[in-house]
Design a protein around this ligand. Structure first.
Ligand code: MLT
Length: 407
């Protein structure tokens, strides 16, 4: 008789955004006359930029001709894309990252859950609390997290680094030494950032302890303040301790197109073993590369026209963020984030739990957000709204929330 991977049975409930999706679909089915505004999952709403569409059309035509047809992509991604990434995302920011240290993939969600495979099960992970749930859940599936405590909603073998209003939602160096440290800045879900000197402290700490930092920079395009690093490789010493994960979902609206990449510098080693070689082996064995047409679309993101068009798109979402932030502040909510990130983190009113506030908003004003407790125990009493809606829906949602009686 076959056996299943019992680690999966330890997972409490379903994936956060699947749970929300089910609840909202059930509500909409029961109330077909209501217009529900979804500011829950961080999914984009603006169409792909014209430069990206042109590149997609061109690549599709190439695929239709024998002389320009492309089969399997190279393991690590096409050079035209890796060169563009190295040039614009790293060299232009003074970071020393070579094209062959970049692994192109179909998105950061897969990479940030798969990357743990190249590490021993004995490693102890540290995560911010609240945190993007994929980091913890993927380690649960691997069997790295110990026993779940339903009361505290924590795992025995995970080091939680609380990010609360008391520390401006910025994690402190943990007392217990971790082996793998997950950091995401600008942060999902709180929208908080680390200044360069703060990130440098983490890099120094990781190098001193022999830990690896898994740095999720999916939201770097939303940075508006000068002292906030776009890449961990802006810090000295990061090449020996950090892996960076990047996405095209948020900066270029590729949530439905799927493209991302992971950077592993060649100096990042455990003894004599380079993590770059392990990930290259894994990539070669388990992955056949993002489609040619998608990688051509990714290349267009870095063209002059693409960059200008996407700057406008990011500005569009950030003006939504400002509208939410200012509107809710004026209504008396305690809010943060939304300045260097497309997420607004608000304290639930009247001592409501995160899920109580979720139900309240859904039922009273038909607005969907994400309960903070879904991101971890320190998220309880908080709620996340995304700026990725259309302008019209964002304005309507904020106006509806502001109109609530008794808040
Ligand atoms: C979120 O809402 O946290 C993100 O959209 C989820 C994701 O990027 O996978």
């Amino acid at each position: 008789m076959f056996k299943v991977n019992e680690n999966y049975l330890k997972l409490p409930g379903s994936y956060l955004f699947s749970t929300i999706g089910k609840k909202v679909n059930a509500y909409s089915a029961a109330h077909p006359d209501r217009k529900v505004i979804r500011l829950g999952i961080g999914d984009v709403t603006q169409p792909l930029a014209p430069a990206v569409i042109d590149a997609l059309h061109g690549a599709v035509d190439e695929m239709g001709r024998a002389e320009s047809f492309h089969g399997y992509a190279p393991d690590l991604g096409y050079e035209f894309l890796r060169n563009a990434i190295a040039e614009h995302d790293f060299k232009a920011r003074g970071c020393e990252i070579a094209a062959d240290e970049i692994f192109v993939s179909d998105g950061a969600k897969c990479d940030c859950s798969n990357i743990q495979e190249i590490f021993s099960l004995d490693n102890k992970i540290a995560v911010c609390d609240p945190v993007y749930p994929v980091y913890v859940d993927s380690n649960v599936m691997a069997g790295r997290t110990g026993v779940y405590n339903a009361k505290t909603e924590t795992w025995s073998d995970v080091i939680y680094m609380p990010c609360t209003a008391d520390n401006q939602f910025v994690p402190e160096l943990p007392k217990e030494t971790p082996d793998m440290i997950y950091l995401c800045f600008p942060n999902n879900p709180t929208g908080a950032t680390l200044a360069k000197a703060q990130l440098q402290e983490w890099v120094d700490y990781a190098n001193q302890k022999g830990a690896v930092i898994l740095y999720d920079a999916a939201y770097e395009a939303y940075i508006s303040e000068a002292d906030v690093p776009h890449s961990i490789y802006e810090c000295e010493g990061a090449r020996t301790c950090a892996i960076e994960l990047r996405s095209f979902s948020k900066n270029a609206g590729f949530t439905g197109v799927r493209l991302g990449f992971t950077v592993i510098p060649k100096e990042l080693k455990c003894g004599d073993v380079a993590l770059h070689s392990l990930w290259a082996r894994r990539h070669g064995t388990k992955y056949n590369g993002a489609p040619y047409i998608v990688q051509k679309a990714g290349e267009a993101v870095y063209s002059e026209a693409g960059r200008a068009q996407l700057r406008q798109q990011v500005d569009y979402y950030m003006s939504n963020a400002r509208y939410i932030l200012e509107g809710l502040k004026a209504a008396g909510f305690t809010v943060s984030g939304g300045v260097n990130a497309p997420y607004i983190w608000l304290k639930t009113p009247d001592g409501m739990t995160s899920w109580e506030f979720f139900d309240y908003l859904l039922e009273e004003v038909n607005v969907v957000g994400t309960p903070g407790s879904g991101f971890g125990p320190s998220g309880e009493g908080y709620f996340r709204l995304t700026a990725f809606g259309s302008r019209e829906n964002t304005v309507e949602a904020v106006d509806r929330i502001r109109g609530l009686q008794g808040i």
